[in-house]
Design a protein around this ligand. Sequence first.
Ligand code: RFL
Ligand code: PHB
Length: 391
Amino acid sequence: MTTHTQVAIIGAGPSGLLLSQILHLNGIDSIVLERKTRAYVEGRVRAGIMEQGAVDMMRQANAAERLDRECLTHDGIEIALDGRRQRISFQDLVGTPVTVYGQAEMTKDLAIVRLTAGGDIRYEATDVSLHGLETDRPRVRFVKDGAAEEITADFVAGCDGFHGVSRHSIPADKLVTFERVYPFAWLGMMAEVPPPSDELIYARHERGFALCSMRSRTRSRHYIQVSPDEPLEDWSEDRIWQEIAIRIGDPRFEILETGPLIEKSLTPMRSFVCETMRFGRLFLAGDAAHIVPPTGAKGLNLAAGDIHYLSEGLIEFYAGGQTAKLDRYAAQALARVWKAQRFSWWMTSLLHNFDAAEGFQNRIHRAELEYTLSSRAAQTALAENYVGLPY
Ligand code: RFL
Ligand code: PHB
């Protein structure tokens, strides 16, 4: 069966759902194809920090009602160096807060508004393949409920994450990519206990990085730096809690409340940019085009930024056939992406322990963190980037 839509969107993560909903509110129709089940997508524990720009995109999508009610607003972060904690006040330095709201909740809210408005999201659509991307009538083939189907569209939005099919549909000789893989991973966990502080604690310690984050005042989300090849089974609950306590400087558990873990996972750390964010009628957005190490909390926020530029381009096109904004899409998105890449790489470098062989580099990073904690100018630069650069 062949169906036509204006924009075929691959992936029902935050990028794909935001785009579909914003297009819908501007009278543009789309079909979203998602490989996994709705429950799987909505159950994935991922980002937790939203910049004001991402919150504004949720408002623009008419999907911010629960976010506005349930989110936490943070005016700063704490940084612990060898167990000594110091606060960096975003309020004082740049006057902008960040918002704590889970990506899983954001994805649920977007799916509900989209489906309530009659949106066409096809979960469990497998074997997606893209064709005719250099023509003005690209086609997307897929299998749903055992039957082969085809969609024709004016445009294809590749919102299918780092492991998706869209980026791989661009001919290899047209792809321009950059990558850096870090020699460590994050062990992430969730527990139904209050976080140790009102704000996030980022810690650099000789045993490695730690981060105490949260999803609410009663739900903690914490991470520790581990070696990328370490089996998850080697990390008992006790060992994880011990390690967090030591790294944030709370070895006697005076502020860190412990409890059973409700989730535990390992995330490899990489920086990746595909500069070919457009190929013919295909536009890549979000993790399909770029990955940042999570230290700067930028992945989801970059995805929202891409959708801002891409939706503006598509809205302009359908309003009067102009392609000026679509033609600028890749350049505009990349300018922001590279700045967030720089910041994420910098935060990662400053806060993690690299290989002992990298002694000089470790000392330089430590000196830079000490300098940052002692300089208002350096803290202002950190705050400006953390709360998010303007679109
Ligand atoms: P997603 O969320 O990966 O969604 C892509 C969707 O596409 C589907 N898909 C396909 N569908 C059809 N056909 C195919 N062939 C397909 N291949 C894939 C997938 O099933 C999926 O549903 O990408 P999107 O929408 O671009 O969103 C990006 C964000 O998810 C990501 O950047 C953030 O989670 C990154 N991130 C963080 N970002 C922040 O801004 N702040 C944070 O605090 C933050 N913390 C994090 C993070 C990512 C983490 N992990 C696990 C990578 C913390 C962690 C631990
Ligand atoms: C999270 O809460 O998941 C989180 C917060 C800040 C980060 C990364 C992840 O830098």
